[in-house]
Design a protein around this ligand. Structure first.
Ligand code: GLU
Length: 306
């Protein structure tokens, strides 16, 4: 039994690393060093169509160039599908999972029709309509017909049932909000997400499921990531409770914004580390660009050890 703090940087190798990722990596490294702990590197590569070994190589190479070291070996989610499958099986055995067939377009049409009738349709924290859940109460035979139809489907969490099964008082400890990293306990509201996707017919997991299984598997004590994932924490806490996994601390940091005022993403090609290196910028220039970039708010400063 040790009190060592364990952090992780968890990029998806489906594109180039940009300044926002580097801010996250720096904060994780810095907090790990300050606590005398470690920072692990995890490749979130469950989307095998978009994630490539070439992007993964580029990410590790960029991190090395930036002087951001990680501890231990790199974990790849694509090598742990069995763990996700077994967590999914456990939720299924609790009666909390159902196969769902509606495509994005069908969901939109369903919701548009309901709204045209004057119904107020709930939206998740990202602004997406909740899944209609028409298959929630399907019989065993109907579910089998759906999963054997040859059409793609998703496996969704019956979130209402899951919240009831988890019992009350679902909270998380957040150190990223509040002055000076003051610790606050926040109420988690997973129901606000509706029936989230846990897996797909062609992939035995989803972001939500693999992230909680991995955080537990890697014994992560501190999750430090961007504020875009702040609300997702509610789903993670729910899954942790249901799967009897330990509860890490959470620290959601500000996002770096592009010149258009939107959070940095792959569309801001000139903010990728590769593009900045190709333009002849030095490591210091890149770290300065992080300092200078507009943010959704401000939390601490960035530094790395060389
Ligand atoms: N893979 C996610 C990303 O690239 C991060 C997931 C997390 O930190 O929980 O944004």
């Amino acid at each position: 039994m040790t009190n060592r703090q364990v952090f992780r940087f968890a990029p998806s190798p489906n594109g180039e690393l940009h300044l926002g990722h580097v801010l996250s990596a720096c904060l994780n490294r810095e907090m790990a060093d300050r606590s005398g702990g470690v920072m692990l590197l995890r490749m979130e590569d469950i989307d095998q169509a978009r994630c490539t070994p070439a992007f993964e190589r580029q990410i590790t190479e960029d991190l090395r160039w930036l002087g951001i070291a990680w501890d231990g070996t790199v974990r790849r989610q694509s090598e742990h599908f069995d763990s996700y499958r077994s967590a999914l099986g456990r939720l299924d055995a609790m009666g909390l999972v159902y196969p769902a067939s509606m495509s994005r377009r069908q969901i939109r049409e369903h919701v548009d029709a309901a709204e045209a009738r004057g119904e107020a349709w709930p939206r998740d924290p990202d602004g997406q309509p909740h899944y209609p859940g028409i298959e929630r109460d399907f019989s065993k035979a109907e579910r089998e017909a759906l999963t054997h139809s040859g059409h793609p489907y998703t496996l969704r969490l019956d979130t209402g049932k899951a919240v009831a099964a988890a019992g009350g008082d679902l909270t998380w400890r957040e150190t990223g909000s509040g002055p000076d990293g003051a610790r606050v306990v926040l109420k988690a509201d997973p129901a606000g997400w509706g029936d989230v996707i846990l897996a797909r017919s062609d992939t035995p997991t989803s972001y939500h499921l693999s992230v909680v299984v991995d955080d537990a598997g890697q014994e992560i004590t501190d999750v430090v990531r961007g504020q875009d994932l702040f609300h997702a924490t509610a789903v993670h806490r729910l899954l942790q409770r249901l799967l009897e996994l330990p509860e890490p601390r959470y620290h959601h940091h500000e996002l770096l914004l592009g010149p258009d005022g939107k959070k940095l993403s792959k569309t801001h090609r000139d903010r990728s580390i590769r593009a900045m290196r190709d333009a002849g910028l030095s490591r210091r220039d890149v770290l300065d660009a992080i300092e200078d970039a507009p943010r959704s708010g401000r939390v601490g400063t960035v530094s790395v050890h060389s």
